[in-house]
Each structure stands twice: as structure tokens, then as C-alpha cells.
Design a protein around this ligand. Structure first.
Ligand code: SF4
Length: 385
């Protein structure tokens, strides 16, 4: 047990730069690289301003954007500041996201030497036509190389991201991506369904009818194919989009420790523009502008955009939605204790109805979606409202 003073938490650092914007992406980033150095200086200052917090951090995640636009020297400054300002455990999981278009073997080795022990490679696909549609700057071969270089640099915890549900993609081409991924033996694979986020160029093109989104029946088929294929190849789905390779002990020890915090109400602090922080029941986030971010911090003001305090009801809904994303589902005991209630009593009818439809199962103190149920996560979660 950890006392309140040493509650485990995560740190997220958002690097808001990309070489080029991908048309489907709504993460905050800019392509004006001239702000990189002022941003870095400001980021260290933001960490200093937050300063003394009663947490022991066992994960630190450098995401974005494209963190690999920064060479190891800059990432080293960031890590040095984080270690100086915060209590970070000796065996912390330290992740950096890299883009195959902005990485080389030397840079990977340098990241490794800084103590980064997990690398997440934005692969998206190994198929050049698919990558083209997604507006990615790298080829399938570049992605394969990045993964091999990471292994050679000494990383023993490599994750890669893939996207499915892309117009023009077929079951055959998706299986090609999965095959290629498995061949490269990463410890972790994330498979995200392409979503059309409002305001993105891809969504505008969809609305103009420039292309036809994939039929729902095919995306469902690809989702099920993903689970079956990866299971058969030693990867276990532990969250709706995340798969970890099972070790010799049969356990998926390389689950993303950091991401699990998001699904389990654990506290995390976010730094950089647009980064979110959560300390139950408060959530707050920074502004989505590098210039504003720098200006505010230079004036000694935290660059907060908004803050919300989750009501008991909002927390319950969130616990259900996040819990159902996990293969292990919602822990009924933990839920009852947290909200001083009886999960089974208040949601008895909904649970019975969903169990009958084979969307949900409740067993041994856990309430989890079935594979079929995972296809309807949003509507199932909202039926608990
Ligand atoms: S998908 Fe990644 S590389 Fe592309 S714009 Fe978004 S953050 Fe940048």
C-alpha cells in the first residue's frame, strides 16, 4: 500500500510539433518549427511552476504531436527537469512516441541512453497506398526499419499503432498489416478504428463526398478479425484497442502502464499545450495554442483553458465507460466502495437486458463486455445512464 503522500501517478508531456499535419488527426500540433526552442524552455518552466506534488510518478509519457522532432539533447533536458522537480520511481515506465519519418538509428540509441525504456512507433499501416490516403510522410518500409532500429538500439518494450476502417482498405490488406506487425514482434500493438473528427480536412472531404467511408459491417468484421488474428499470434486484447504480447509466464507484462492510468481513475499531470490532467474528481487542461502557452507562462500564469469537477454522477458514468473499455471490465467491489452504492442493485435491469443479448457478462465480481458487445461500446455505456 502507498500512503496518500506517495500515491502513484503519471506524467504526460505533449510535444505540439509535427513535420506535416495528417488530414485525419485532431491532436493539437503545429508545423512551425521555429517555436521549438521557446516551447522547450517554457515547458521546463511549467513543470517548475507545478513543483511540489504529493505523488510518486511511475510513468512518464512523452507524446504529441511528434516528440521525435526533438533530438535527444532536448528530450534529455526535459527528462532531467522532470527528475529534478518530481519524485519519479526508479523503475518508472518512460515512453516516447516516434514517427518513422523523423527518426534514425542514432537518435533511437540516444533516447535509450537517456533512460527511455518504451517506444511507441506511429506506424498506422505497412501498405503505401493506405499510408498515402492517411497523408503520412513515411512508407511501410520506413515503419519496418524504425521498428528494427528500435530493437537494435536496445528497446525491449516496443509498441506500434495501426489504423483500420480506412476507405479502400480490404480484409486482405488489413490482414497484411497485421501479419507484418506480428512478424516484427513488437511487445504491444494498438489498433484504432479510423474516426472522422469534426473540423479535420478528412472529415470535410467525407462530407463533400470525395470518398466513401468503409461500411459498418466491414469495420465490425475487421475489428473481430483483429482480435482473432492477434490472439492466435500471442497478443491479448486488454483494452478495446490495445493488445500486449504474452510472455513465457502467460501474462501480458508489457501492457502500457501509462495508458492504464487513464482507464482506472489514477491521477496524472499533463504538461504542454492541450495536455489534460486529472486528480479525482478534478480534470483540467491547457490551452491549444503554443503562442498563448508561452505568453501565459512567461507572465507567471498557468496556461489553463478549463477545469471541471466531476459530480458523483459524472464520475459513475465515466467509471462505467472506462471500465467497459477494458477486457477485465468494471470491478464491482471497487465501484461499490468508491460510490458507496450497489452496482448490481442500481443497474440490475440494464445488466440483465445486456446479458440476455450477449453483450455483457458479469462474473466473479467483474462486469465486462463480450467481444460482440465491444462493437457497441458507446451505445451500451449510454444505456447505463
Ligand atoms: S497523426 Fe501524429 S504525425 Fe500526424 S498530425 Fe497527428 S500527431 Fe502529427
Amino acid at each position: 500500500m502507498h500512503s496518500k503522500q506517495t500515491k502513484l501517478a503519471g506524467i504526460y508531456v505533449h510535444i505540439p510539433f509535427c513535420v506535416q499535419k495528417c488530414p485525419y488527426c485532431d491532436f493539437f500540433s503545429i508545423t512551425d518549427q521555429s517555436l521549438k526552442q521557446p516551447f522547450l524552455k517554457t515547458l521546463l518552466r511549467e513543470m517548475d511552476m507545478i513543483g511540489n506534488v504529493p505523488f510518486l510518478f511511475d510513468t512518464l509519457y512523452i507524446g504529441g504531436g511528434t516528440p521525435s522532432v526533438f533530438k535527444a539533447e532536448s528530450i534529455g533536458q526535459l527528462l532531467e527537469a522532470a527528475h529534478r522537480i518530481f519524485k519519479i520511481s526508479a523503475n518508472a515506465e518512460v515512453t516516447i512516441e516516434v514517427n518513422p519519418c523523423s527518426i534514425n538509428p542514432e537518435q533511437l540509441r540516444d533516447y535509450q541512453n537517456l533512460g527511455i525504456n518504451r517506444i511507441s512507433i506511429g506506424t498506422q499501416s505497412f501498405n503505401d497506398r493506405t499510408l498515402d490516403f492517411l497523408g503520412r510522410l513515411h512508407s511501410g518500409e520506413d515503419a519496418s526499419l524504425a521498428i528494427k532500429w528500435a530493437r537494435k538500439a536496445g528497446f525491449d518494450n516496443i509498441g506500434l499503432d495501426l489504423i483500420y476502417g480506412i476507405p479502400g482498405q480490404t480484409k486482405k490488406s488489413w490482414l497484411f498489416d497485421l501479419h507484418r506487425a506480428v512478424e516484427l514482434e513488437p511487445e504491444h500493438i494498438s489498433c484504432y478504428m479510423l474516426t472522422y473528427e469534426s473540423g479535420t480536412p478528412m472529415d470535410r472531404n467525407r462530407q463533400k463526398g470525395f470518398f466513401c467511408p468503409m461500411a459498418e459491417s466491414l469495420t465490425s468484421d475487421l475489428f473481430e478479425t483483429t482480435i482473432e488474428f492477434l490472439n492466435a499470434n500471442g497478443y491479448v486484447q486488454y483494452e478495446i484497442s490495445n493488445f500486449a504480447r504474452t510472455g513465457f509466464d502467460g501474462f501480458e507484462s508489457k501492457r502500457s502502464r501509462h495508458n492504464q492510468k487513464y482507464w482506472s481513475f489514477a491521477p496524472y499531470l499533463g504538461f504542454g499545450p492541450s495536455a489534460h490532467s486529472f486528480i479525482d474528481p478534478e480534470r483540467y487542461w491547457n490551452c491549444r495554442s503554443v503562442k498563448k502557452y508561452i505568453k501565459k507562462i512567461e507572465a507567471g500564469i498557468l496556461p489553463l483553458e478549463e477545469k471541471e469537477v466531476l459530480s458523483r454522477e459524472q464520475s459513475m458514468i465515466e467509471a462505467i465507460y472506462l471500465g467497459l473499455r477494458k477486457r477485465d471490465g468494471i470491478c464491482v467491489d471497487t465501484f461499490d466502495k468508491k460510490f458507496d452504492t450497489s452496482f448490481k442493485k442500481i443497474f440490475g435491469e440494464t445488466i440483465a437486458h445486456l446479458e440476455e443479448k450477449k453483450f455483457l457478462k458479469v462474473a466473479q465480481n467483474r462486469c465486462a463486455l463480450t467481444q460482440q458487445g465491444m462493437l457497441f461500446l458507446d451505445s451500451i455505456a449510454s444505456s447505463f445512464l
